[in-house]
Unconditional design. Structure first.
Length: 404
């Protein structure tokens, strides 16, 4: 331990550059990470704060009989539409949009409902059941802080003493406890694939992480057409760990790029150029007329009806033309699970039955070796029951490797 770096391990906490009393949908929040003469431990970055779901700014949810919640399988991740990462000495690292759906696709391919009971997911506001989630998103007033009695009825918040008046305002005199969270964003800076996860400040310079908050009708679900529920956040901060600067070794991270398109016929061909070196792609779908609708879950991974054939067409690393055709739905899904777990390794992938139990569906392709798609077109051809009146949105997430 050198005299210039007396602390071998530090945990940093960074407030937003644009500090506000509260943050609401569509706000952009920026964080500047500085760690002079030290090395950031990639994979240690967390975003923390408090989030409150309300009917109006002054009227909170009235109890566990409220139907509104977010996607229970992704929790607080549902409130962030996009993440952008930049390094002062390198430039743009990643710009991931449709972030909540990416988290939903990745973790439905990796985690079962029982996995979500782990503390590392509970602190992200996740749960294994939508009924539990309706309680998790609510503000609360503990009994010893002026709340009502403990219990499980609609006006009692599962032992936390949540109590409301008839007008849905909290009990007079109660100290409101707003749910807090600590999430690990699924960004390149947290997805290191190289043996080395230390990045010197001299190499990166200041790291800037920006996020745009999701619109409320995308983040929340199960609302009536006349409902006006929204959410607000406060005390947003990023935490990360660092150690004294080291001899810089190569660092390799995995990033994601989303391309969104529409399927409006029974034979659909999506052709696109991807400005990246890609080794896998995973795809999910949503019925178009359910997007931006407050009644539905906007991160639902829906199945296209009468899906018969999926073809992936591209040139491989030797410029040989590849047409990869899949006719069995089970094989399509297994390729999707395989692609998700290659891009986001876990101890075990979910099975087809568990994915079906979570009412989720995905397809994808593990390309084996990295392929440069910047100068060629990547084609996805789908034969299905989609029509001009039953259209689906297709979200393709391409996984690529970045070296620093």
């Amino acid at each position: 331990m050198s005299s210039s770096n007396p602390y071998p391990y530090l945990l940093h906490s960074v407030e937003a550059e644009n500090v506000r009393d509260s943050y609401v949908p569509f706000d952009t929040v920026d964080f500047n990470l500085n760690f002079e003469n030290r090395a950031i431990i990639l994979g240690s970055i967390r975003l923390e704060g408090n989030v409150s779901v309300v009917q109006t700014p002054d009227v909170r949810l009235k109890g566990i009989n409220e139907r509104v919640s977010n996607d229970h399988r992704i929790g607080v991740h549902s409130y962030f539409h996009s993440f952008q990462s930049q390094m002062q000495n390198i430039g743009n690292v990643e710009n991931i949009v449709e972030y909540p759906r990416m988290v939903a696709t990745v973790d439905n391919g990796r985690l079962s409902d029982n996995d979500l009971c782990s503390a590392k997911y509970v602190c992200e506001g996740r749960s294994p059941d939508i009924k539990v989630q309706r309680s998790i998103v609510q503000d609360r007033v503990p009994v010893d802080k002026g709340g009502g009695p403990t219990g499980t009825s609609q006006f009692e918040h599962r032992g936390s003493g949540f109590q409301t008046n008839a007008d849905k305002t909290l009990t007079t005199g109660g100290d409101i406890v707003v749910p807090d969270f600590s999430i690990k964003p699924k960004i390149a800076l947290n997805n290191v694939v190289s043996p080395n996860a230390l990045l010197n400040y001299a190499t990166s310079g200041q790291i800037r992480i920006s996020t745009t908050l999701e619109r409320d009708i995308m983040a929340l679900q199960n609302m009536e057409l006349t409902d006006t529920y929204t959410y607000s956040m406060k005390n947003l901060r990023i935490t990360f760990a660092s150690v004294p600067a080291v001899t810089q070794q190569p660092v390799q991270m995995r990033s994601h790029l989303c391309l969104k398109s529409t399927i409006n016929s029974n034979l659909s061909n999506t052709s696109s150029k991807v400005p990246a070196i890609v080794d896998s792609v995973f795809i999910s779908f949503l019925k178009q007329d359910r997007e931006n609708k407050k009644q539905f879950n906007n991160t639902s991974l829906e199945k296209i009806p009468s899906l018969d054939v999926v073809r992936f067409m591209f040139n491989d690393s030797t410029s040989k033309y590849i047409s990869y055709e899949i006719k069995k739905v089970s094989e399509m899904v297994m390729e999707g699970i395989k692609a998700v777990n290659k891009a986001n390794p876990s101890q075990s992938a979910v099975t087809l039955s568990k994915l079906d139990a979570s009412k989720s569906f995905m397809i994808g392709l593990d390309m084996g070796a990295p392929i440069n798609l910047a100068n060629q077109k990547f084609n996805v051809q789908i034969e299905s029951g989609a029509t001009s009146t039953t259209q689906f949105l297709m979200f393709a997430y391409f996984s690529s490797l970045l070296s620093v």
